[in-house]
Structures are given as structure tokens and as C-alpha cells.
Design a binder for this molecule. Structure first.
Ligand SMILES: Cc1cc2nc3c(=O)[nH]c(=O)nc-3n(C[C@H](O)[C@H](O)[C@H](O)COP(=O)(O)OP(=O)(O)OC[C@H]3O[C@@H](n4cnc5c(N)ncnc54)[C@H](O)[C@@H]3O)c2cc1C
Length: 398
């Protein structure tokens, strides 16, 4: 029995690792030749860390360079508030961990390769599905050595939000829209910069800065579709907008030399009606593209992988075709947590982000946010929602 997973992101690599650790023959196909791409979220949540603990690889993982955040702070106008306090979570790691995602994926892939039945093919791009009647029986793949077919008892689409696998499988999605996009850029870190700077909301703008050691990875949130207009106004105006948000960046915004230093990330929120059909299952962003709000997308992708492994490993062991019923059980298990998370993200997008992006002047923290900042006990609630989410998964042993 074998499984072909399309996509070497958090969902695909984690599922590959888990199936291979149970002796299932797995091939993970990744179209890029490495994991080293700028756009990769950097947050590893306590629930993901708990899974690494359950797998017995947390100590190795914590040797990879990272930073820990026990309290998440944000600055709205002049007010700096603690938004979430992770230090009371019922998990072994009571913090949010920041690590460039390529390091996280390299770590997981390295752990996976320790199992003889794990195979990860880099530079291998799935171009379509193979069928026998209605049932998916494999993947057509393009590699530098040419095209070939891979036959599999189960194909998993973990190829992210522009999934070609879900399209080739004829799976329909519901698009929820988004009022924002993000401009992604890097600025150097310099001595004397604030520690653990995260989000700043002011002047109708949102700037998120992720600490990547010697530089800041910055996301400047803009109204959806505004990038052409921003480019027309010129790079100097964008640089000035960034400095207005964080004046300490004034001595380095010139590092944005031209528009090739600014990448547009289109935010998309959607969900498949059916995550599977005979021989095919979609997980992670391929089943439900997440908004960047809360930085929970990686986490949900990992949770999907764990739930899928828990349900599918006994099926693989039983032998014979993987039943559609088992694939539907994966969707049933993960659909509610996804729906709840997307619902909250959509509420924040539509009632907070949209409002922020349509205003102009200085901003003040609204009463509920000030209340959250003032009462430490309340800060445990968002920590639980973001850090653990609804229905956290656990690795079933054996
Ligand atoms: C602006 C923005 C910022 C974000 N920031 C965060 C954050 O800080 N923290 C967080 O948790 N989430 C964040 N997210 C969400 C997060 O990036 C995703 O939810 C998460 O990466 C999904 O994981 P995945 O494995 O399902 O898909 P992906 O991470 O998208 O991985 C899919 C993989 O499949 C590969 N692939 C695609 N097509 C093919 C093909 N045909 N053949 C072979 N391989 C293929 C891709 O190269 C990719 O490596 C952010 C999202 C946005 C839009």
C-alpha cells in the first residue's frame, strides 16, 4: 500500500513523516528544489510543539535556531497592549515559537528521511491526476528528468491554496473573499531595535514585523486590489508610510531599492465543500485557504495531517483500497475546527481590518482591547484560541 502526497508544505511533510513512521510507503512531491522561499509563515504554535513532543522529537527541534514569545503584544496608536499570554497553556511548551518555515520543513523532512519508507522528491511538480473510472489512482509528475506517472493507493493534495490537485479532482470550493492583501518585504535589523516587535496598527495601516535574526520580515497590509495604485504613487510614498508606522526604520527603508524588493501576497479565504473523492484527499490550505489573521494556517495544516494519519494508518494496515468513508471521516474531524477558525478570521477581517484600512488618522485602542491589556487573566483566552485552537489533535501511537 502506498500514498503519494503532492506538496511539501507543513501539511504534506508532516503527513509524510507520520505515515512513514507507521511503515506506509510514502512519496512527497515538492515542485521547488528547496524550501527556501521568502513567503512562508514563521509561527509554530504550542499545539504543533505538543505534537512534536508526542513524537519524541521536541528536544531535537528546539536545537534549531528560533525565538520564543510567551506574550504577544501589539501597538495600536500610542498604546502597547499584551494581546495573548501563552504561559498558562496546558502544554509542554508554553510559548509561540518563531522559526523561518524553511528551517521547520527541513527539520521535518530530515526526521522523515530516517524512515526507510519515506521518500521526498524535490523539483517534482504534479501536473494532473490519473483515474481508473471515477477513482483517482495516481499522479502525473514533471521532473527535470522528464514526465512520469506515479501510481498510488491514495493521493493527498497538500499543494496549498492554488492547489491544482483539488481542481484536477473536480472538488468545488466556496470563496469567502478578503478585504486585504499584504506587501511582503525585508529590512535589516540593527543594534538598538526593539525586541520581539510584532504588530502595529495606526494611520489606517497595519505593519507586522517578524524577527528573522539579522533582518525583519515585514508584512504591510493594504486594501485588496490597491497595489497598482500604490505602485503608481511611487516607492517613496510607501517608504514614508512605513517610517510613519515605525520611525526607527527611517535609516533603512532605502533598502527597498525598487518594486522587485516588494512582493504582493494575495490573501484568500476559501474551503472545499468535499475534501475527498475515491482515492483522493485534500488537506491544509488545499482544502481550506486560511487568512493570515492569527497566523494559524500552518497550525491547522499540521492538525489536518495528524488527524488524517490517525484515521488512515489503520486503513493502510488493513490493506485493500482506502475507503471513501475513511476519507470522509478526516473531513468530518477537521471541518468544524476549520469552519470556526475561518468564521473568526472573517469577522476580524470584515469588522476590524476593513475599518482600519478605510480610516486615515491616528488610532486609539478600542475599549475591549484596552480591557484585554488591563486584565492579565483575559489574555489567556486568545492564547488558547490561537495557541491550541478548537479540537487540538494528538498523535495516536501504535
Ligand atoms: C500573507 C500571509 C501570511 C501568513 N503568515 C502565516 C504565519 O505567520 N503563520 C501561519 O501559521 N500561517 C500563516 N499564513 C498561512 C500559511 O502560510 C498557510 O496556511 C500554510 O502554509 C498552509 O500549509 P500547507 O502545507 O497546506 O500549504 P503550503 O504551505 O502552501 O505548501 C504547499 C506546498 O505545495 C507545493 N506545491 C504547490 N503546487 C505543487 C505541485 N503541483 N506539485 C508539487 N508541489 C506543489 C508548494 O511549493 C508548497 O511548498 C499566512 C498566509 C498569508 C497569505
Amino acid at each position: 500500500m502506498n500514498c503519494c502526497i503532492v506538496g511539501g508544505g507543513p501539511a504534506g511533510v508532516m503527513l509524510g513523516y507520520l505515515l512513514a513512521s507507521a511503515g506506509v510507503e510514502v512519496t512527497v512531491l515538492e515542485k521547488h528544489t528547496d524550501f527556501f522561499r521568502d513567503f512562508r509563515g514563521d509561527t509554530v504554535h504550542p499545539s504543533t510543539l505538543e505534537i512534536l513532543y508526542e513524537l519524541g522529537i521536541i528536544d531535537e527541534f528546539l536545537k534549531v535556531p528560533h525565538s520564543k514569545v510567551r506574550r504577544l503584544t501589539g501597538q495600536i496608536g500610542e498604546t502597547t497592549v499584551t494581546l495573548a499570554d501563552f504561559s498558562h497553556l496546558p502544554t509542554h511548551c508554553k510559548f509561540l515559537l518563531f522559526m523561518p518555515q524553511w528551517d521547520f520543513l527541513n527539520f521535518l523532512a530530515r526526521q522523515g528521511r530516517a524512515f526507510p519508507s519515506f521518500q521526498m522528491e524535490m523539483g517534482a511538480e504534479a501536473s494532473g491526476l490519473l483515474f481508473d473510472g471515477d477513482r483517482v489512482t495516481g499522479v502525473r509528475v514533471k521532473t527535470p528528468a522528464g514526465e512520469r506517472d506515479i501510481r498510488a493507493d491514495l493521493v493527498v493534495g497538500a499543494d496549498g491554496r492554488s492547489s491544482i490537485i483539488r481542481e484536477a479532482g473536480g472538488l468545488q470550493s466556496i470563496d469567502f473573499g478578503s478585504p486585504m492583501d499584504a506587501l511582503w518585504m525585508r529590512l535589516s535589523k540593527q543594534p538598538g531595535d526593539p525586541e520581539q516587535l510584532f504588530g502595529r496598527i495606526d494611520y489606517g495601516r497595519i505593519l507586522v514585523m517578524l524577527d528573522r535574526g539579522d533582518y525583519w520580515q515585514c508584512a504591510f497590509v493594504i486594501p485588496k486590489g490597491d497595489f497598482d495604485e500604490i505602485q503608481r504613487r511611487g516607492l517613496d510614498i510607501l517608504r514614508a508610510d512605513i517610517v510613519k508606522m515605525n520611525p526607527f526604520l527611517a535609516n533603512r527603508v532605502a533598502e527597498l531599492r525598487d518594486w522587485s524588493d516588494v512582493k504582493l501576497l494575495t490573501v484568500q479565504v476559501d474551503r472545499l465543500r468535499e475534501w475527498c473523492r475515491g482515492g483522493l484527499l485534500c488537506i491544509g490550505d488545499a482544502a481550506h485557504a486560511m487568512s493570515p489573521i492569527g497566523g494559524v494556517g500552518i497550525n491547522l495544516a499540521i492538525q489536518d495531517a495528524v488527524a488524517a494519519a490517525n484515521i488512515l494508518i489503520p486503513e493502510f494496515r488493513r490493506g485493500g483500497a482506502i475507503s471513501i468513508d475513511a476519507l470522509r471521516r478526516v473531513q468530518k474531524r477537521r471541518e468544524l475546527p476549520t469552519r470556526i477558525t475561518q468564521r473568526v478570521q472573517l469577522l476580524i477581517q470584515n469588522f476590524v481590518i476593513r475599518r482600519v484600512l478605510s480610516s486615515e488618522g491616528r488610532m486609539a485602542a478600542p475599549f475591549p482591547v484596552r480591557l484585554l491589556g488591563a486584565i492579565p487573566l483575559l489574555q489567556r483566552v486568545p492564547a488558547r484560541l490561537v495557541g491550541l485552537g478548537y479540537r487540538p489533535e494528538h498523535v495516536k501511537s501504535g
